[in-house]
Design a protein around this ligand. Sequence first.
Ligand SMILES: O=P(O)(O)OC[C@H]1O[C@H](O[C@H]2O[C@H](CO)[C@@H](O)[C@H](O)[C@H]2O)[C@H](O)[C@@H](O)[C@@H]1O
Length: 524
Amino acid sequence: MQRPVHSPHDMTPTDYRAAVFDLDGVVTNTARIHCQAWRKLFDGYLAERAERHGEPFQAFDPENDYRRYVDGKPRYDGVSSFLEARGIQIPFGSPKDLPDEETICGLGNRKQRYFEQFLTAEGVDVFASSVAFIESVRKSGLQTALVSSSRNAQDILVRTGLDHLFDAVVDGIEAERLGLHGKPHPDIFRHAASLLSVPPGEALAVEDALSGVEAADRAGFGLVVGIDRARQRDELLAHGADIVVDDLAELMSHDAASESAIPNALDGFERLAEQLGERRPMVFLDYDGTLTPIVDRPEQAVLDDAMRHTLERLAERCTVAIVSGRDRANVAELVGIDTLVYAGSHGFDIAGPDGLHMQHDRAEEFLSALDEAETQLRTRLSHVSGVLVERKRFAIAVHYRLVDEGDVERVETAVAAVAGHQPQLRRTGGKKVFELRPQLPWDKGKAVLWLLDALGVAEDAVIPLYIGDDETDEDAFVALREHNGLGIFVGDITQATAASYRLDDTEAVGRFLDRLAATLGNTS
Ligand SMILES: O=P(O)(O)OC[C@H]1O[C@H](O[C@H]2O[C@H](CO)[C@@H](O)[C@H](O)[C@H]2O)[C@H](O)[C@@H](O)[C@@H]1O
């Protein structure tokens, strides 16, 4: 029986029989790419019109115009609704129109061309916590479906390897084939529920777009969850969301995500050793919160001698890589062992023994945006006491651990404003830190996969093992799951994690690594 849900804490997935998810902005970060494509389309078209008709040029606003008129809607509906808002009337045309034709369909097809170009250049980011949430509701016995107005949905599912997460998919192509109306009409949500043979009232829906929560609400879903990716909490609620979260991790019950669900790597060491079997581990380690406890200031996070000795011993028996958000040179100096591989700036910059070296081939393009952002951040935040701005080669961390609670919002607003002026950078989070990183589909997970490939080890000869404590480590846990590796989360599990094991703290990490080194010593 469903209980009333007034806040994320009241939500129990097992009260529902099915869960239906939107794709862009919920499972994948393709909403960003759609937004770029819409912006390029409308800015180009409006500029052309301004020249032709002497109209004033008013650019497409990637925040307000995107949310209000195009987000979540099928392509031609998005074009119509934006142009209508600008008082522009052009013929509808036909879906066969070429991208340079001045019709609703022609412009929609032009947007698709831009979208494909951006997608190829930038790749697709996956929200690791959403994947963990979907896996967890499936484990709880719920059926799952994906609904998307996008005609690209299937392609994106295949590219990201996420197609196995859904029992049914209703995308833009299928919707058109069946004559279903796009969001905010309820059709595709109702159809998804019917494919799962579950009445909408017994299913929950997850959406990030205003048109999407409205569609799910109108379809009569038992619970409509809005994800607030664009600071529009109140509007999501007004359009039909029952609850709004910043991230699906907030909906993972402590039980589902914690001790009972995820075994302790020390208690379960024998089983883990069995999983290793004949294979050598390749050990990837995060630094802060994993090898050293979290402390007030980054420079105080000093590696203790016992941990250094353990790492040295382990590195004699298998490959050990440190994968950190810190600057590579900084973390290499803090660890101080030259037989290890070091990946810094969240994997953008890698070096190791025997001349191993990799810097993401586009990373340098972002240096001037990072430099400007750093200057702007230092200026804007100079009056906020306790803020620490830490520049890494390919990222900037803004620490607020020492900032008064009442001032944290000022810090967040300043970081958001700077990010708003620098579309080349993306904002991510961590432990009491906001970060700006290059707007590229690259993260610790991609870096770990690159290393596995670069070190040229046969897949059946090694088992990658990643230990980390923070949200940026989830990308690596997800990547390793798909490559038969193991993730170990350090700390209290209060949110969804894609790790398979856990350890309590850095001291437990030391004991685990010691035991691993001893086991490998016995078998070599
Ligand atoms: O990927 P990691 O190696 O874990 O690096 C993540 C960030 O770690 C550092 O900040 C964190 O640790 C500090 C020291 O304990 C702490 O004061 C801060 O609040 C934490 O966010 C580092 O300074 C950042 O550059 C890394 O991105």
